[in-house]
Design a protein around this ligand. Structure first.
Ligand code: AN7
Length: 348
């Protein structure tokens, strides 16, 4: 069935009858049972695999709304700052809408797949000698002073589209999960899930996870030089940080940090034990459960069903997968050598 996200949830979205719908059939992503993760944490864990959206990340949910509304207003160009996924999504939806796209990304800290996507969709890609937080300040300035639409998650339509992730969970599980585990960078996604849950009168525990080197919400202050291998969440000054903290608090949940090592362990575990290949940042949600357990900070009951939001597809970042794995085994066409390669001990 061809059903763009905006059509599926039209009655809950600020979309007017005459508005164009710029869609690549985003949303309606699978919810996958995770038996190995479940056993390890002692609760039923399901994976909401947002990496199966059209550009390979959750960003497409908000982007279909933001670009549709930009087009409705007659905008001819969109711009964003991005650690990569917002850039790829903005570039794709701009292409689809017949608009120009410009994206500003932190030099040397964006996964190669995201760069390739942004380029081939036809956006102007600017590699900034600075980090995401610097880029966000710059694009806000440009959007204030030039006729170009800002499509970062400070744009309210991004949150509106993104909240549909919560609706899908409630529909698929016939009610909300007890807890939602989610990676946190600029804090748009968790803010949006909370909006969706509360609009449908539900309030699961929110379990946020930040990378230890980029954990402003955990330490309670901005991080000037964020560092983590999870480049998507290498953000020190989250635009929606205060809203996210309120959401964690209201839900009775928590926000915790996980080290790069813990993120990579969860990342490899998901791929090798569940057959689900997400990007490192996404695995932070699962690492948070592995490292910190499943008890909430409040006196709410221990959750029995937990959904982990896997925000992006592992294929976006082949470099990290290659670095985190045992290498390939090179071999001649000699049959005995191939037999040894397949069945013998791994060369040290
Ligand atoms: C895979 O693309 O901020 O807390 O510029 O790509 O809503 O920011 C990406 C963020 C989690 C964090 N997982 O979500 C960007 C960008 C993945 C991501 C996050 C991002 P937010």
């Amino acid at each position: 069935m061809i059903r763009p996200l905006i059509e599926r949830y039209r009655e809950y979205l600020p979309i007017e009858p005459g508005d164009p719908v710029v869609s690549i059939n985003e949303g309606s992503t699978p919810l996958i049972e995770a038996p190995a993760v479940s056993e390890r944490v002692g609760a039923r864990v399901l994976l909401k695999f947002e990496g199966l959206n059209p550009t390979g990340s959750f960003k497409d949910r908000g982007m279909t709304m933001a670009v549709s509304k930009a087009k409705a207003r007659g905008a001819q160009a969109v711009i964003c700052a991005s650690t990569g996924n917002t850039a790829a999504s903005a570039a794709a939806y701009a292409a689809r809408a017949g608009m120009r796209g410009a994206v500003i990304v932190p030099q040397g800290n964006i996964a190669v797949g995201k760069l390739a996507q942004s380029l081939i969709y036809g956006a102007r890609v600017i590699s900034l000698d600075g980090n995401f937080d610097d880029a966000l300040v710059i694009v806000r300035h440009l959007a204030d002073n030039f006729p170009i639409e800002l499509v970062n998650s400070v744009n309210p339509y991004r949150i509106e589209g993104q909240k549909t992730g919560a609706f899908e969970l409630i529909e698929e599980l016939d009610g909300p999960p007890d807890a939602l585990a989610i990676p946190v960078g600029n804090a748009g996604n968790v803010t949006a899930y909370w909006k969706g849950f509360t609009e449908w009168d539900t309030s699961p525990l929110l379990y946020g996870a930040q990378a230890a080197g980029a954990a402003p919400l955990v330490i309670g202050e901005p991080v000037e030089r964020p560092e983590t291998i999870a480049s998507a969440i290498r953000i020190g000054k989250p635009a929606r940080g205060d809203e996210a903290l309120t959401a964690f608090d209201e839900s009775g949940g928590r926000v915790r940090s996980v080290t790069d090592e813990e993120i990579l362990e969860a990342y490899a575990f998901l791929a090798s034990r569940e057959g689900v290949f997400c990007e490192p940042s996404s695995a932070a949600s699962v690492a948070g459960l592995f490292v910190h357990g499943i008890e909430p900070d409040s006196d709410a009951p221990t959750p029995e069903t937990i959904v982990c939001v896997l925000t992006g597809n592992g294929l976006k970042d082949p470099d990290t997968a290659l670095a985190a794995s045992e290498g390939v085994i090179e071999c001649s066409t000699d049959l005995s050598e191939v037999e040894e390669a397949v069945f013998g001990d791994r060369p040290a």
